[in-house]
Design a protein around this ligand. Structure first.
Ligand code: NCD
Ligand code: ZN
Length: 346
């Protein structure tokens, strides 16, 4: 097989930033995807309907001319999110859920939630309004090992939310462990998970390959090989409740290559090709379209895209760096060879 055409895919988890940082990169996602769920962790965060709609306008204005890329907005839950915030946002066709960041879990999460119990009235309203909850599933307790934070989050928090709000639609974002895959399989039809290209392609060794590798550092951090294999099996197996969400999260080269480098991997530049590389490694493209283009839309209750994209089997090299304000942006797998290239999107 040397060519694959699939329904235009969507990115169900994307960081676009703002202002010149956004302008520098938004075209990459528009080249690769039809739509994307836009994460709200700006500084300050996107907390209400008006802020989300204004952010959407800024994204639309930054898109290349004639682009039909559709940003799907989300709210950032804080200790102060109100029932009224949810009621208003859930009436907008442009806003597709609210993101739970446990405070301190990741980049720009300081304003996140300190006590999930206090948010119960908000979850109640979300369940009533059919408004999706997107979850960054990591505990932040300093005594919990960083590689166990997702597993413990399932045990301490997610199981409880699932049980108390059985009808609430939940997307367990960027899962990284076998335990998360098994949890999703055991849940009913109202919980699904996104999987990133980097968690399908690297395990935690990549962080320490011949030295510290800041460009492989993201949160949740990559885990052992057996976890990567579980993710690959879930993605490539065509299971309904797993779909693509890149978690592409640009940080300048200087912010990554520092004594305290920030978390985030930039994959949007070649996201679909990176996913194809992962499917190539399992030598089975049967469910590529299902994972990239169908499951996410079905879970969110949105129509699948009407266009298509085509990839060709051809070797090409990811650029060493991309232009970005302040200093360059180093894409995931910079300078490395991929075996599939996106040749048409329309
Ligand atoms: C993301 C970012 O930089 O915004 N970083 C990351 O490592 N994934 C935040 C997030 O999704 O956790
Ligand atoms: Zn993210």
């Amino acid at each position: 097989m040397n060519k694959i055409s699939i329904i235009t895919p969507d990115d169900w988890h994307l960081h676009l930033r703002d202002e010149s940082f956004m302008t520098a990169i938004v075209g990459d996602s528009a080249n690769q995807f039809g739509r994307a769920i836009i994460m709200p962790n700006l500084n300050p965060p996107v907390r209400d309907c008006a802020q989300a709609l204004a952010y959407r306008e800024r994204i639309k204005a930054a898109l290349p001319k004639q682009s039909r890329f559709e940003p799907m907005m989300t709210l950032y839950l804080t200790d102060h999110t109100s029932i009224a915030d949810i009621k208003t946002a859930s009436k907008s066709k442009f806003i597709h859920g609210a993101k739970l960041y446990p405070a301190g879990a990741t980049t720009n999460s300081d304003a996140g939630v300190t006590d999930i119990g206090k948010l119960y009235p908000v979850f109640e309203q979300m369940q009533k309004s059919g408004f999706m909850l997107q979850v960054h599933g990591e505990v932040t307790s300093p005594e919990v090992d960083i590689f166990d934070r997702e597993k413990i989050f399932i045990e301490r928090q997610l199981q409880r939310i699932r049980k108390d709000f059985p009808e609430l639609g939940i997307v367990f974002e960027h899962i990284t462990t076998r335990e998360a895959v098994e949890f999703v399989r055991a849940c009913d039809a109202s919980l699904a998970a996104t999987i990133t290209p980097h968690h399908l392609l690297i395990n935690r060794n990549a962080l320490f390959q011949g030295g510290i590798r800041p460009h492989h550092y993201c949160l949740p951090v990559a885990k052992r090989e057996r976890h990567r294999r579980a993710l690959l099996e879930a993605a490539c197996g065509g299971e309904k409740f797993f779909f693509a969400g890149t978690d592409s999260a640009p940080h300048s080269k200087s912010a990554k290559e520092s004594a305290c480098g920030c978390a985030g991997i930039y994959s949007a530049h070649s996201a679909v090709e990176l996913y194809a590389e992962a499917f190539e490694s399992s030598a089975d493209f049967t469910h590529f379209e299902t994972f990239m283009s169908c499951n996410g839309a079905d879970f969110y209750g949105l129509p699948q895209n009407t266009g298509s994209i085509t990839l060709e089997r051809t070797e090409w090299t990811i650029p060493d760096s991309l232009p970005y304000p302040e200093s360059d942006l180093i894409p995931f797998k910079a300078g490395q060879t991929l075996h599939w290239k996106l040749v048409a999107n329309g």
